[in-house]
Ligand binder design. Structure first.
Ligand code: OOG
Ligand code: MG
Length: 257
């Protein structure tokens, strides 16, 4: 890992996002490993903070088999969410501002009282104030949406935009709620929250632990995306996207044409 130009790599990924232009994968060529990739991610997100964006949460990635199989990477990853990525429920995104956007259904947690670094989550009910259905819009900055583990970590886990529905108290049976993704009223993906590490609550421990290793502390009031239960689906111009999570209700997003 000697000699990786962290700022330079973050600059290339940042420019790819800003101009909606794909770049080739780079980790193998420059010898970037997972730890080095998180350093690139930190620098990449810092570019956003430097232009006035605020950190508002964390996203987990590849927490279900369906997602791991879709992208061919089988390790849980995490990335950062900023205020500018948030789209209101029922809001519109312009697909032309992304490279090859995909949407996926998620479960979001609203964080409350979190343990001290190194401590396990005591009661999930203390750490999470509310849960909501969510849609994540991912947009790999790599050509053909193809990447290795360090590539996707460096690219902030493909984070691009997200929408959160109405918050509810944590319902009974969170570990096995039906999940649907609809495009223009047609169901395109069906799953269960059970696909998310067997129980989406587990992703919070994973997130605390994995992000904690890189000095990132989760904050009260942050949003936490547990990762998609199903594969992601391309977002076409004009599409109306709706995600439904049993007991939590629906959330929607539109792509302008
Ligand atoms: C990586 C991000 C994965 C999820 O929910 O699993 C992710 C990708 O698929 O491009 O956000
Ligand atoms: Mg996701």
């Amino acid at each position: 890992m000697i000699g990786v130009d962290t700022a330079g790599v973050a600059g290339r990924l940042g420019a790819a996002a800003d101009t909606a232009t794909a770049i080739p994968q780079l980790a193998a060529e420059i010898g970037l490993d997972a730890d080095g990739a998180y350093a690139v991610q930190t620098a990449l997100v810092q570019r956003r903070l430097d232009r006035g964006e605020r950190l508002v949460g964390l996203k987990m990635g590849l927490t279900s088999r369906a997602k791991m199989a879709q992208v061919g990477v089988d390790e849980v990853i995490w990335g950062r969410l900023t205020d500018v990525m948030r789209v209101p429920d029922g809001g519109t995104v312009d697909p032309a501002t992304f490279i090859h956007p995909r949407v996926e259904p998620e479960v979001a947690f609203l964080l409350d009282r979190l343990p001290e670094p190194g401590e396990p989550v005591g009661a999930f009910a203390d750490a999470v104030r509310a849960v909501a259905p969510a849609i994540e819009l991912i947009d790999s900055r790599y050509a053909n949406f193809t990447f290795s583990l360090p590539d996707v970590i460096a690219d902030n886990a493909s984070a691009a935009a997200f929408t959160i529905g109405a918050w509810s108290p944590v319902p009974d049976g969170l570990e096995n709620l039906g999940v649907l993704l609809e495009i223009d009223g047609r169901v395109v993906q069906v799953g269960s929250t059970a696909a998310i590490l067997g129980d989406p609550r587990r992703t919070l421990d994973e997130g605390l632990c994995l992000a904690g290793r890189h000095g990132v502390r989760l904050r009260s009031g942050w949003v936490f995306l547990a990762g998609a239960a199903t594969a992601a689906v391309p977002l076409r111009p004009g599409a109306h996207v709706r995600a439904v999570v049993e007991k939590l209700g629906a959330v929607s997003l539109r792509a302008s044409s």
